[in-house]
Design a protein around this ligand. Structure first.
Ligand SMILES: Nc1nc(=O)c2c([nH]1)NC[C@@H]1CN(c3ccc(C(=O)N[C@@H](CCC(=O)O)C(=O)O)cc3)CN21
Ligand SMILES: CC(C)C(=O)C(=O)O
Ligand SMILES: [Mg+2]
Length: 275
């Protein structure tokens, strides 16, 4: 069992090269979304490994019904807020809708996020995004890829649905996973994909996979902060969500309960995953 030291000052700050080492060592990676300095201090105290400044902030902070309205200014602002609250946690910033539509736009946005305190940026999709990933990686900007349900594709998909269910879609997902890793991504978020597909991708790639609705065999897990604190906000609760506040007893306690459950392989269970 992995036990994290009691105080942040006893822990080493996370760096990008440590992610692959954690995977090799069989250590599960624990990630939460975060949007402000107060929660950043809580996340850091709880010993969460990574935070994501998710464009989910468009939904849980701004109250929109999708992530599409989120701007580069929004992510830069929340990245700066969160960065001030962190000591050891690795900060990943989401590239918002169309900020990664071209390599040069992506370089401008990602540079702002790194200058605001991010260590890595996350890009949804493969296809033409492979060129964007390569462009950033060649310019010293670490990239986290994101495949499966990519919420910025909601208009084309017609809703938030599990991806990679049939054999052809699963094969395409596997191919895209290899492609983003080959393009230089150092981390891969898999969202809403069947457990077996995520397990195969995780087994084949050298870089860690971080699942959300992708089963227990990913190399790590991520949840939206509000969801794990029971703030569903009127929306229907996706299957992968678990409220950790009840068992945790406090905000930091909920984060520690989540981290322990992930590291011990207790979360996610079959009831939080798609067969
Ligand atoms: N609060 C919050 N949590 C999230 O996890 C999240 C956001 N917002 N906003 C951006 C995206 C949207 N996400 C979602 C939203 C809904 C489902 C959902 O209802 N999924 C169905 C799957 C139905 C199916 O295809 O079988 C489910 O029942 O879990 C999944 C992911 C994940 N992200
Ligand atoms: C759900 C995670 C992976 C995300 O992209 C977000 O919070 O925006
Ligand atoms: Mg996002």
């Amino acid at each position: 069992m992995y036990t994290s030291p009691a105080t942040p000052s006893e822990r080493k700050p996370w760096t990008v090269p440590m992610l692959r080492i954690a995977k090799k060592d069989g250590r599960k990676l624990v990630m939460l979304t975060c949007y402000d300095a107060g929660f950043a201090r809580a996340v850091d105290t709880a010993g969460i490994d990574m935070v994501l400044i998710g464009d989910s902030l468009g939904m849980v902070v701004q109250g929109h019904d999708s992530t599409l309205p989120v701007t580069v200014d929004d992510i830069a602002y929340h990245t700066a807020c969160v960065a001030r609250g962190l000591a050891t946690t690795l900060l990943v910033a989401d590239m918002p809708f169309q900020s990664d539509a071209s390599a040069s736009r992506a370089l401008d946005a990602a540079t702002r996020f790194l200058q605001a305190g991010a260590a890595m940026v996350k890009i949804e999709g493969a296809g033409h995004k492979l060129e964007v990933i390569r462009h950033l990686v060649e310019r010293e900007i670490p990239v986290c890829a994101h495949l499966g349900l990519t919420p910025q594709s909601v208009l084309r998909l017609g809703g938030y649905r599990v991806q990679g269910r049939d054999e052809a879609a699963a094969a395409k997902l596997l191919e895209d996973a290899h492609a983003v890793a080959d393009a230089g991504a150092e981390l891969l978020v898999l969202e809403c994909v069947p457990t077996a597909v995520a397990a195969r991708i995780s087994a084949e790639l050298a870089i860690p996979t971080i699942g959300i609705g992708a089963g227990p065999q990913c190399d790590g897990q991520v949840l939206v902060l509000h969801d794990m604190l029971g703030l569903a906000g009127g929306q229907r609760r996706p299957k992968f969500v678990k409220d950790f506040l009840a068992e945790g007893g406090s905000v930091v306690g909920a984060m520690q309960a989540y981290a322990t459950a992930v590291r011990e392989g207790q979360f996610p269970g079959a009831e939080h995953s798609y067969a």
